[in-house]
Write a protein that binds this ligand. Sequence first.
Ligand SMILES: Cc1cc2nc3c(=O)[nH]c(=O)nc-3n(C[C@H](O)[C@H](O)[C@H](O)COP(=O)(O)OP(=O)(O)OC[C@H]3O[C@@H](n4cnc5c(N)ncnc54)[C@H](O)[C@@H]3O)c2cc1C
Ligand SMILES: NC(=O)c1ccc[n+]([C@@H]2O[C@H](COP(=O)([O-])OP(=O)(O)OC[C@H]3O[C@@H](n4cnc5c(N)ncnc54)[C@H](O)[C@@H]3O)[C@@H](O)[C@H]2O)c1
Length: 479
Amino acid sequence: MKQLETDVAIIGAGTAGLSAYRAVKRAGIRALLIEGGPYGTTCARVGCMPSKLLIAAADAAHAASQAGGFGVHIDGRLRVDGVQVMARVRSERDRFVGFVLDSVHGMPEDDKLSGHACFVSDNVLQVDGHTEVHAGRIVIATGSAPNIPDPFKGLGERVIVNDDVFAWTDLPARVLVVGTGIIGLELGQALARLGVRVTLLNRSEGVGGLRDPAVLANARAAFAGELDLQLGAQVTGARLADEAIEVQYRDSQGEEKTERYDYVLAATGRRPNVAGLGLEKTTARLDERGMPAYDAATLQLCGLPVFIAGDVNGASPLLHEAADDGHIAGNNAAAYPDIVKARRRAPLSIVFTDPQLARVGKRYDALAPQAVVCGEVDFANQGRARIIRKNQGLLRVYADRGSGRFLGAEMAGPAMEHVAHLLAWSLQQELTVQQMLDMPFYHPVIEEGVRTALRMAAKKQMEAELDYVRECEQAVNSE
Ligand SMILES: Cc1cc2nc3c(=O)[nH]c(=O)nc-3n(C[C@H](O)[C@H](O)[C@H](O)COP(=O)(O)OP(=O)(O)OC[C@H]3O[C@@H](n4cnc5c(N)ncnc54)[C@H](O)[C@@H]3O)c2cc1C
Ligand SMILES: NC(=O)c1ccc[n+]([C@@H]2O[C@H](COP(=O)([O-])OP(=O)(O)OC[C@H]3O[C@@H](n4cnc5c(N)ncnc54)[C@H](O)[C@@H]3O)[C@@H](O)[C@H]2O)c1
């Protein structure tokens, strides 16, 4: 077996792995990047980019179908050409992948190794049975993989995941999307708007990862008004039947249904890629799912010269977090044992549906209700939202009852990708709602809705402060 030696070995050439590689190289030491699959990253090949390309096509179809509401009529039939839609998705996607491939091709050949890596010990990896790598430090950046729910296992090509959608050369007629989390909702709505008959099924009442019950109810109503949304439903059986897949499920009313689809798209969450990594051969502490214990601030596996970055650590499976993780893990691996705790950015996540969904800061269910004041705006009557006929959604902001400091927000509505950024930047700057209100607001814009919500939170915070002063006065007077 071939023997190689390096300062830092990185397993996985996705966003986190590439970012770790660059950090190690900047430190001026040897790095070896090991990739078991195709280069190009999940984000560019089968994730963020192709999904947003499909959604962009769906947005165009939807805008055209809704133009009548402005008195603008498209005479004749609106036609979606599935072959052209998928051709653009794939060719633009390939362009994005091309940029990643260019950067990988630009790396010295000795820095790259193809094959599946697995641990032999804390410092030794075996790659596909052909090479043994001895590394001073190791960064695990192996990403995540989709779950396939039990009833659909072993049913072959009719059960697909996100990767398969972006390989299509045409749009199918009927698709069951299982899971109304982020992937299911984004892809399911896009396919439906492109003319595919889509059923979206979820075992719980959740949509898009929302946690605030008011925002969730609002978003649920918006999606239920447009899509065949089966929430609280249970798949009871599935079988292949003449070029189709037949699925039985029980809906939320207890009614048994049997439907045929061309494909079932499994969008029921993703699991960190730790299985098959041989972590049990290291001294890492593993939980019952095989996940190693690690320090979230340094990304170091407890006590080992091993770091874990990106989707595989299961903390926040988003692109910008994977890139930051790679940077932190790469720097710490290079500097080991002089590692540092990293400062993280304000939490931010966005779902590219219509209405768009977003979350900023701590999750709603992680806030202490008695320590928080909320403000909100309903976009049904918000000026700019009505002008553009996107007047659907609810934004809720949270602030600390004592100090008025902005804590976060959850939202469904138009242009939330931009609003969420403004709010995340405010959170990271540690602004109070009053300081946020002191910023300029143009007219007429969606941000005026944000101001409405902030004003409500500021008013409630002021009232809470007055209540507190009154209580103090009463306490002093009664002494
Ligand atoms: C459909 C979809 C849409 C998404 N949209 C967005 C979005 O809009 N915005 C956003 O922020 N995030 C989005 N994400 C999430 C984002 O794509 C991920 O968070 C990010 O790509 C994770 O990067 P990573 O480096 O951790 O993993 P990856 O890019 O998956 O890299 C892991 C690499 O490790 C390799 N590997 C695995 N095991 C081994 C091994 N044993 N040996 C060698 N190599 C190995 C794999 O082949 C892979 O190349 C989306 C994800 C999906 C699936
Ligand atoms: N816009 C973005 O940033 C973006 C886009 C896509 C994906 N992502 C990332 O990818 C991750 C994975 O997305 P996802 O949508 O697969 O997972 P998810 O965790 O967001 O949603 C999974 C959904 O499937 C449901 N579910 C689970 N098992 C089920 C079963 N057996 N039957 C029916 N329903 C079931 C869950 O209740 C949940 O609603 C996200 O957490 C996110 O980090 C991000």
